[in-house]
Design a protein around this ligand. Structure first.
Ligand code: TYD
Ligand code: MG
Length: 454
């Protein structure tokens, strides 16, 4: 039999190399390559074209089982999931350490348990006593959850095999799990993948909804192999700034529903509280308009959310390299917008430090936020406040044009509902809000107007 070639897998991004290197050639992380031991070593002689069983083909419209969803009882969680847990589905829940994943899942598990569903919560990170303490802090100590502190997948599956399959199984976290059939320490790619595979197989065979908690690396990816994301049905991310109170639960992939709905929570002394109407959360609530602040009407799924973008410009006296710092928006996009403002609108940021902050720990990803960011930057540079109670949206192109974005009417209607009186956006936006709307064709038109304003 031919000797199997060794392969090395980056523990951060999952890329494969055929020799060991100190730095991953793909993601440039150091010391992340580890040898990957394949489960079976295939021989060249194996021919797969015979010896198998016939695969059965079915019609697309053949009657199948209907998708039943089990609501968790946390409406915001259910909303992000697309309606609730589907039996047999595997969910990967990612998020920064300390953001509240364990708290959220303990609350959801307790609610299901209290409504009569059987639930198992396996913690590989905390001792059972710690989880119990958290449960009593959350006022959930009386929920009939089956709680265990374990890390061996063999122990877990053996135990599950002796009982009725639960409706929900939570594994907190997949990086702490260990399978004795696979070499390597817990958290390595082959362990994570192998353990996840076994747990998912159990879930599918028994109709148990499975939630795997996954750690997140510095750059926001779920640590360990990307393949984990392919193995599960739903990938969720729990986001927010730890220093802020608000948390957003987002589905990044969902085989059973849409991915554009979010759940909004606030972290309180007694766990996560649901925020049913988040539209005003991310505004600073100031009365007087301030230079450098613009409000962006964002859309999260079907829910409009108004978000304040704040910019601060500090002129440097010396020739030191000016800083650009961004919280809640993309660094590269800020660089692009500054370049457009410089080259198309004649503004000069080259000797100024630029700070950009999205209020409330929110993370903006909608390209329609470009115009609000540009308005905040221009307003900060000119030291002139934008018109009172105004909202700004539109995508900015490299040529300095302002492009149409989706749902302009919906954005404006929500702003009008919340008492805003003026909207600024791309020219020819459909408007049905009763709000005073002004459209811009070029970013330079906006700059002229802000700079000229009183
Ligand atoms: P946790 O769920 O342990 O985070 P993760 O599992 O994502 O690492 O949440 C930990 C943080 O949440 C911790 O810093 C304290 C805070 N917290 C509250 O503010 N209120 C609470 O009721 C609980 C349980 C936690
Ligand atoms: Mg945790």
């Amino acid at each position: 039999m031919a000797k199997a070639k060794k392969r090395y897998v980056c523990q951060a991004c999952g890329s494969v190399s055929h020799r060991w290197q100190g730095q991953c050639p793909d993601c440039a992380e150091w010391n992340t390559l580890a040898e990957d031991i394949p489960a079976t070593v295939f021989s060249q002689k194996h021919d797969l074209s015979s010896g198998g069983r016939a695969v059965e083909f079915v019609e697309l419209d053949a009657p199948g089982e209907e998708l039943v969803r089990r609501p968790t009882g946390l409406a915001e969680f259910d909303r992000a999931l697309g309606g609730g847990l589907v039996p047999g589905c595997a969910i990967l829940m990612g998020g920064d350490p300390g953001i509240g994943k364990s708290t959220l899942l303990l609350q959801a598990t307790a609610l299901i348990a209290k409504s009569g569903g059987s639930t198992v919560y396996v913690s590989g990170e905390e001792a059972a006593g710690q989880v119990r303490m958290r449960a009593s802090r959350l006022g959930l100590a009386d929920a009939p959850i089956k709680l265990a502190a374990a890390t061996s997948v063999r122990d877990i599956l053996t135990t599950l095999g002796t009982m009725e399959p639960p409706a929900l199984l939570v594994i907190d976290s997949i990086q702490t799990m260990h399978s004795d059939t696979i070499e390597g320490a817990p958290g390595t790619v082959s362990q994570v993948r192998g353990c996840a595979f076994e747990l998912i197989r159990y879930a599918k065979e028994n109709g148990t909804a499975l939630v795997l908690v996954g750690h997140v690396t510095k750059d926001g990816n779920i640590a360990g192999p990307r393949v984990l994301e392919h193995m599960v049905d739903v990938v969720m991310s729990f986001e927010g700034e730890r220093s802020h109170q608000y948390r957003i639960l987002r589905a990044l992939k969902n085989r059973f529903g849409a991915v554009d709905e979010i759940g909004v929570f606030s972290m309180e002394g007694r766990g996560l509280a649901e925020v049913a109407n988040p539209s005003m959360l991310f505004l600073s609530g100031r009365d007087e308009p301030l230079a450098g602040s613009a409000v962006f009407p964002a859309l999260e799924g079907t829910r409009p959310v108004l978000i304040e973008v704040q910019a601060l410009i500090v002129r440097l006296q010396s020739g030191a390299t000016p800083r650009r710092a961004v919280v809640g928006w993309d660094n590269g996009r800020l660089a692009m917008l500054l370049a457009v403002l410089e080259s198309r609108c004649g503004l000069n940021f080259s000797s100024a430090e630029v700070y950009l902050n999205v209020a409330g720990g929110y993370r903006l990803s909608d390209p329609a936020a470009d115009l609000a960011v540009a308005a905040a930057l221009v307003s900060a540079l000119a030291d002139k406040a934008l018109p009172r109670e105004s909202v700004w949206f539109g995508e900015v192109s490299l040529a300095g044009e302002i492009r149409q974005v989706s749902h302009a009417g919906l954005r404006l209607r929500e702003a009008a509902k919340l008492g805003f009186s003026a909207g600024f956006g791309p020219q020819d936006s459909p408007d049905s809000s009763g709000l005073k709307f002004q459209g811009f064709k070029q970013l330079s038109n906006l700059v002229d107007q802000v700079v000229a304003s009183e």
